[in-house]
Design a protein around this ligand. Structure first.
Ligand code: MG
Length: 445
């Protein structure tokens, strides 16, 4: 591991390789030293190394004199909601959608949001310089369990939607929880909503034997086949820690995260509301905001950045193209079950099929590729600016270049030595041509 421990989504690694018990214990010590608080909540996803990492973190936290409250196997947003309500920090043991050999540690602030970069740097400093707090034996922290988090979480989602209307509709839902942390919470929410449900991979399996944990179309073949063979209103899938949610329509067609975000926004926001999304998002959301006379705030890429901009702007909805929707009235973090609730809410209110509702969303085509990065980003940025400077550009995050009929976003990846190229147009051919043009240019550098 390098000196920067926290990546875009907490600390990640392979247990017993870089994510050792000693290291995990020190992360626990550092987080509780930083917060210097009476108690911290902890939860884990279904990964096979979850107990090992969790108990190491607990030892570290207890050694600083802080109590540890174990909430069980939970979606990350369920832990975050518990933290928000109880106003205590939290630690989530998860590697989200990464392959099963990975695990990770994520720190949650007392308001339920992910800690910001400044706090991450302070925690890293405590780890590297071993500035851990220690206490005499008689005041070491205690470990205890609290089993109220599931109901607290599910009940609040029910309060945020018109649950009676959804109950009346008796929607038929197929849900694939991918053996992950939502195996209990999301089916529970659906049954409280009187949905007729068929579950797939709703057994906790820390090896993710059934499917890759990322809810991409290529990993959701079973759910798509089930949707095509059955008579369902909607299909739902989560990633490993269920902060994300993607949908399949009644015909078995996968819905891009951009489209579901635009659809949810269309039926959730009112005039003068604020919506927040990163610069990588589809123009569809912009069109919806114009139609609804809502304000759209554009940020750099990253869910915590979107969440913070939502707090600053008192925004109603925020989100990214990967199925991570944030609903401000519930909490300022990506939340898979809340996203599902909002979608069922609009589906029960509008007497239309999901595919019909999607047909009313502006249809943009996005093409995503990536190319190896052989030079420093600053140098590449200068080359692009020199070469394509006659076009309108935006430098908020990477370079967004506006061309006739579409745009291209070129960004260096935060975790790999690659450059991501996103292009969008209303015309598929233009989107592909634009992507190819910049792909070839960058590939030849
Ligand atoms: Mg996740």
């Amino acid at each position: 591991m390098n000196l920067k421990l926290f990546g875009t989504n907490g600390i990640r690694g392979i247990p017993n390789e870089d994510l050792t018990t000693d290291f995990s214990m020190n992360v626990g010590k550092a987080i509780s030293t930083f917060f210097y608080t009476e108690k911290i909540a902890i939860a884990r996803d279904t990964r096979i190394s979850g107990d090992m990492i969790l108990t190491s973190v607990v030892s570290g936290v207890n050694s600083t004199g802080t109590d540890m409250v174990y909430l069980g196997i939970l979606p990350t947003p369920a832990l975050q909601y518990y933290c928000k309500i109880h106003k205590i920090p939290g630690i989530m043991i998860t590697a989200s959608h990464n392959p099963p050999q990975y695990n990770g540690i994520k720190a949650i602030d007392e308001d339920g949001t992910e800690i910001d970069e400044e706090k991450e740097a302070k925690i890293e400093d405590i780890i590297f310089n071993k500035k851990f707090r220690t206490v005499p034996w008689e005041i070491v922290g205690q470990f205890y369990e609290d089993n109220t988090a599931v109901n607290l979480y599910v009940n609040n989602i029910l309060k945020r939607i018109d649950y009676k209307k959804i109950q009346d509709k008796k929607l038929k839902v197929a849900i694939d929880t991918g053996n992950g942390a939502s195996y209990f919470t999301s089916p529970l929410l659906l049954s409280r909503l009187n949905c007729r449900i068929v579950t797939l991979n709703a057994n906790p399996d820390g090896k993710f034997s059934s499917r890759n944990s990322e809810p991409k179309p290529e990993n959701l073949g079973d759910l798509i086949n089930l949707m095509r063979s059955g008579n369902f209103d909607i299909g739902v899938a989560h990633d490993g820690d269920a902060d994300r949610c993607v949908f399949i329509d009644e015909n078995g067609d996968y819905i891009d995260g951009d489209k579901s975000l635009a659809l949810i926004a269309k039926y959730t926001i009112n005039e003068n509301d604020t919506v927040v999304t990163p610069i990588s998002s589809s123009d569809a959301l912009n069109d919806i905001c114009l139609e609804k006379e809502a304000k759209l705030v554009i940020t750099r890429v990253g869910a915590p950045i979107v969440a913070r901009a939502m707090i600053e702007n008192h925004a109603t909805i925020g989100g990214e193209e990967n199925g991570g929707v944030i609903y401000g009235k519930h909490q300022y973090c990506r939340d898979g079950a809340m996203t599902m609730g909002l979608m069922l809410n609009l589906l029960s209110r509008e007497n239309k099929k999901l595919s019909e509702l999607l047909g009313e969303i502006p249809d943009y085509k996005m093409v995503k590729t990536s190319v190896k990065r052989n030079k420093e980003w600053a140098e590449i940025k200068d080359i692009i600016t020199d070469k394509f400077g006659k076009n309108k550009m935006n430098f908020l995050d990477g370079i967004k270049i506006y061309e006739d009929g579409g745009w291209v976003l070129i960004r260096p990846s935060g975790t790999e030595k690659i450059i991501r190229i996103f292009s969008e147009s209303k015309n598929q051919e233009i989107a592909e041509e634009l992507n190819k043009k910049y792909y070839n240019f960058l590939n030849n550098l």
